[in-house]
Design a protein around this ligand. Structure first.
Ligand code: NDP
Length: 455
């Protein structure tokens, strides 16, 4: 049987090896999940919330272990890994505490004696998940899906299988029935067979554009619903009245958080001409000062990328952009030594048609773009195949709001980096995907919104 080998991207050393399961074993697990669904769906919201609160407690107890595991498997800094676990706890408790507000029946006044909308669970949901937030991405799916009465099977990224099994164990430790949440250590190539399994009713995927297209087309052939959260190349418009200290602080953290590998990270900075040179100078100083290094060291600002192939890919994108006329202001070199490290890099004077303008750069590389005025800045920000998150940095909140409303994205934040919040929907438009996660919008993606009429 094939195995999955986990390599620590900070050291290049092997962390662990996990046995893959084949399609028939995976299908047995899906069948067990369906059996569990048949009883799980009958529990009341309050009963399910009790399980969820226990899960939050398990996360609190194991927070440090999970954080260390995430750091070891994909290289995020330990300080950010701990924050990831806090976010998981927040989401789990949010759905346990708010389930009645989010999913209680809605009475509708009609000519009927009684008519209402009820939200029924639909079955076993397949989640195909990425490595960049190995715990949070999964909880963002699982907490609402299970609270709504569904069960879940996980195809996690190959390089974070330790986290995947730790998640499965967390649900077990919290007392969830066997099969409520199951890890399937299968290859990406076997996902098709699982989507086609009669017991799978819907699929959610977070990851790259090609993976999203493949999963959505197979699910479409089988008339199964999908939610896709794909990449982004989020534009942040820096207006001429922005506080440059604030703007460059946000741009530095925004681009380097999670070692540059966040779907909603600030990636393209569209800066008004009047402040462009000052912004670039201050931004370069701050990006240069950010400490790259061992992710287990609490003083490290950013660690390695998650895999060597991803590091090599981004280096190629940087070189391509330079060959197309982009200006390399900082970084851009592959460091000597072990690990998938890539330094904070700034590419400036970018134009449509250049690699770093048109495509997502999933690593610590910032793209800086000059705009002659606000109107051109909005046009350049929207000149993208993606539309996940975006931002506006300005000294005038009203002006910021007006610009935010014109940006083509699932979220637009003024004077703050886009972050997910369980109270607000999260997702994209264009090639960033469709559907929403989190909040009431997220939990209603995987339910049968059913009308009841009593004449
Ligand atoms: P992928 O999209 O390849 O991986 C995400 C998940 O999808 C993994 O579980 C992967 O499995 C699985 N997968 C990959 N291809 C298929 C397929 N054809 N059918 C079914 N499942 C599939 O991301 P990568 O790790 O290769 O990262 C590449 C790029 O993806 C990044 O540079 C970034 O642009 C984007 N990305 C975006 C993320 C986001 O949060 N929006 C998160 C991570 C990546 P396996 O690991 O076994 O291949």
């Amino acid at each position: 049987m094939a195995t999955t080998t986990i390599i620590n991207p900070a050291t290049g050393k092997k962390v662990a090896e996990y046995q893959r399961i084949d399609v028939s074993e995976a299908k047995q697990k899906v069948a067990q999940s369906k059996n569990t669904f048949d009883s799980w769906k009958k529990l009341s919201y309050d009963e399910r919330a009790t399980y969820m609160r226990k899960l939050a407690k398990v996360f609190e107890k194991n927070k440090e272990t999970y954080a260390q595991l995430a750091t070891q498997e994909m290289g995020k800094t330990i300080t950010q890994a701990r924050k990831e676990m806090d976010k998981c706890i927040l989401i789990i408790n949010y759905y346990a505490d708010n389930i009645h507000t989010l999913l209680d029946n809605e009475n509708v006044k009609t000519e009927a004696t009684k008519s209402y909308v009820t939200f029924m669970p639909i079955g076993v949901i397949l989640a195909v998940m990425p490595w960049n937030f190995p715990f949070y991405q999964v909880i963002r799916f699982a907490a609402p899906a299970l609270m709504a009465g569904n069960t879940g099977v996980l195809k996690h990224a190959s390089n974070v299988q330790g986290s995947a099994f730790a998640l499965e164990e967390a649900f077990r430790e919290a007392g969830f029935p066997e099969g409520a949440f199951t890890n399937l250590n299968i290859s990406a190539g076997n996902v098709k067979d699982i989507i086609e399994d009669k017991n799978i009713v819907a699929v959610t995927l977070t990851g790259s554009d090609p993976a999203g297209r493949s999963v959505a087309s197979i699910a479409g052939q089988n008339l199964k619903k999908t939610v896709l959260e794909l990449g982004g190349s989020d534009a942040y418009v820096i207006l001429d009245d922005a506080d440059l200290e604030q703007a460059t602080d946000l741009a530095t953290f925004g681009r380097l958080q999670n070692n540059g590998q966040t779907c909603v990270a600030a990636k393209r900075f569209v800066v008004l001409d009047a402040i462009y040179d000052q912004f670039l100078k201050l931004y370069t100083e701050k990006m240069e000062a950010a400490k790259m290094g061992d992710p287990t060291d609490e003083s490290t600002y950013y660690g390695p990328m998650a895999r060597l192939d991803l590091r090599d890919e981004i280096h190629e994108q940087v070189n391509k952009t330079i060959s197309q006329g982009g200006k390399l202001v900082l970084g851009g070199n592959v460091p000597e030594g072990e690990g998938a490290y890539y330094p904070a890099t700034i590419l400036a004077d970018l134009k449509p048609g250049m690699e770093a303008f048109d495509n997502e750069l999933f690593g610590p590389v910032a793209s800086v773009i000059r705009a002659k005025d606000e109107a051109e800045a909005i046009e350049l920000a929207n000149n993208s195949q993606f539309g996940l998150g975006s931002g506006v940095i300005t000294g005038n909140k009203e002006r910021g709001e007006k610009v935010a409303l014109q940006l083509e994205a699932g979220s637009s934040f003024v004077n703050k980096l886009v972050v997910s919040d369980p109270r607000l929907p999260f997702g994209g438009i264009k090639n960033s995907g469709y559907g929403r996660e989190l909040s009431g919008y997220g939990i209603r993606e995987f339910v049968n919104t059913k009308s009841i009429w009593i004449d």
